[in-house]
Design a protein around this ligand. Structure first.
Ligand code: NAD
Length: 479
């Protein structure tokens, strides 16, 4: 049996071994989930909602266990782990209070065809393969899981090999709450297990992770002609205008870029500052970063991440950027919160995801230059605009090529369950949260029912000149 040795990212200690499921084992689990689908989907929506409400109770009861597990698996500080538990419960609460209504049959207008009644019904895909990353091991596993289950799908989940325990805990409490054993299977392992899951007989894939792996999965799903949701990497810009509440902007941007060790897909990575306040705002960012208590800083997940952070900073410095503060390891497990000034679009730190506690700052002259720079990125996940002029804030926000954007805040939009979340460009496709998210996990079937019992419709055989003329007249009259 092949295993992965799990290390605590916060102190380097060995924690546990993870079995790496091979393709044969994955296939068997998917077969079990096919049976689980029949069992779970035979429950009514109301019954499924009631089981999911019990899951809320179980997570609440076990909240300390979850917090500890997230901290151990991902090297997070306690508050970052608590926010994971809070957000997970918030999204699940939304699904059971409001989200389930998006799955009820919906009456549709028949337009000019008044002799019909129309409605849509929402059907599960079958077995959904969910693959999740390590950086938010609870939220990013639980959110797609509960969306999929609510809709009546069964799930085979492949969590990141780096953060397996959290998912095994989630599996345990879901079973305790009454989710049938075969309706939710967890398979452990690395990329090879994830690949086997995508290649198995699943009916849909929901992947959260890097853009490189997301592309590979998109190709495989296209070959199999099954739907996939791809929540991929990001490189989020924070745009600071001179008329912003600069104190709030500096505090928000530093939290958005540094929290969780900077390892947040929607973390602030680039800061674009209006020219006339550039030096003052840099000073504020530096003060803010230097005031973060050391015990609030989370771990960098592994040596690969450390190398990437250092490589991006080196590349920026070689090309003319300057380190304002930080720029080196704090200890063997954490990186000092870092501000790099005068970054340019030619530097990796500007256009590649760094995924560390590093904020790159540059100035812009006017909106023309701003959009040229901000929208030049391949990524389009989140972003933020900081100004007291809300009209301008919304106008600028809407011109950014991103799946989501905040005005005078950052990251918090992910916590709002009614707001759809997902990327554009190379940040992904498909949505979670809100009506869009709930309906991402179902097939829409449209039903049209004839009401009047006529022997024939006008346009059926045999075709007549008179009918042709009626339609020609209607074209002129109606549209
Ligand atoms: P990753 O792509 O390396 O791994 C993600 C998951 O995919 C893991 O479970 C991994 O084992 C599995 N995997 C790896 N290779 C695979 C393959 N060939 N086929 C199938 N599965 C495979 O990403 P990561 O390092 O775990 O996570 C960090 C990345 O995730 C960052 O790029 C981050 O921006 C992104 N992310 C995106 C979102 C979002 O919502 N858009 C959220 C969090 C993280």
């Amino acid at each position: 049996m092949k295993v992965y040795k799990k290390i605590n990212p916060a102190n380097g200690e060995f924690l546990y071994e993870v079995e790496i499921f091979d393709a044969e084992k994955v296939k068997k689990e998917v077969e079990r989930a096919k049976d689980g689908f029949n069992e779970w989907n035979s429950l009514s929506l109301k019954e499924r909602v009631s089981v999911l409400k019990k899951v809320i109770g179980e997570i609440k009861r076990e909240k300390e266990t979850f917090i500890k597990s997230v901290m151990l698996d991902a090297g997070k500080v306690r508050q970052d782990a608590i926010i994971e538990v809070f957000t997970t419960l918030n999204h699940l609460h939304y699904l059971t209070k409001k989200g389930y209504r998006f799955l009820l049959p919906k009456k549709r207008s028949a337009g000019y065809f008044k002799n019909n009644s129309c409605y849509t019904v929402y059907k599960p895909h079958g077995v959904v393969g969910i693959i999740s990353p390590w950086n938010y091991p609870l939220i990013l596993t639980a959110t797609p899981l509960f969306h999929a289950l609510l809709a009546g799908n069964s799930v085979v989940l492949k969590p990141s090999e780096i953060t397996t325990e959290v998912s095994l805990l989630l599996e345990k409490i879901c079973k305790k709450a009454g989710i049938p054993d075969n309706a939710f299977r967890v398979i452990t392992g690395d990329g090879s297990t994830g690949r086997a899951l995508v290649e198995s007989d699943v009916d849909m894939v929901c992947f959260t992770g890097s853009t490189a792996v997301g592309f590979e999965i998109a190709k495989k799903c296209a070959e199999k002609f099954i739907p996939c949701i791809l929540e991929l990497g990001g490189k989020d810009n924070a745009i600071v205008f001179a008329d912003a509440d600069l104190e709030r902007a500096a505090a928000g941007i530093v939290w958005g870029g540094i929290s969780n060790g900077g390892q947040t897909c929607i973390g602030v990575e680039n800061v674009l500052v209006e020219e006339k306040i550039y030096e003052d705002f840099l000073e504020m960012l530096k003060r803010e970063v230097e005031s973060i208590p050391k015990e609030n800083l989370g771990a960098v997940i592994n040596s690969i991440q450390f190398e990437k952070i250092e490589y991006h900073i080196d590349d920026a410095v070689k090309k003319g950027a300057k380190i304002v503060c930080g720029g080196e390891k704090l200890d063997n497990f954490r990186f000092k919160p870092t501000v790099v000034r005068d970054i340019t679009p030619e530097m990796k730190i500007f256009y590649e995801e760094t995924f560390g506690p590093v904020i790159g700052v540059m100035k812009f002259k006017d909106e023309n230059e701003l959009f040229k720079i901000a929208n030049s990125l391949d990524y389009g996940l989140n972003g933020s605009v900081w100004t007291k002029d809300l009209k301008k804030g919304k106008r600028v926000a809407e011109k950014l090529e991103t799946g989501a954007v905040c005005v005078n805040d950052c990251l918090t939009n992910y916590l709002i369950s009614d707001l759809p979340f997902g990327g554009v460009k190379k940040s992904g496709m498909g949505r979670v949260h809100g009506v869009e998210g709930v309906r991402s996990f179902v097939k829409t079937q449209s039903v049209m029912v004839h009401k009047f019992g006529l022997k024939k419709e006008l346009w059926w055989y045999p075709y007549k000149k008179k009918v042709e003329n009626i339609f020609l007249k209607l074209i002129d009259f109606l549209f």
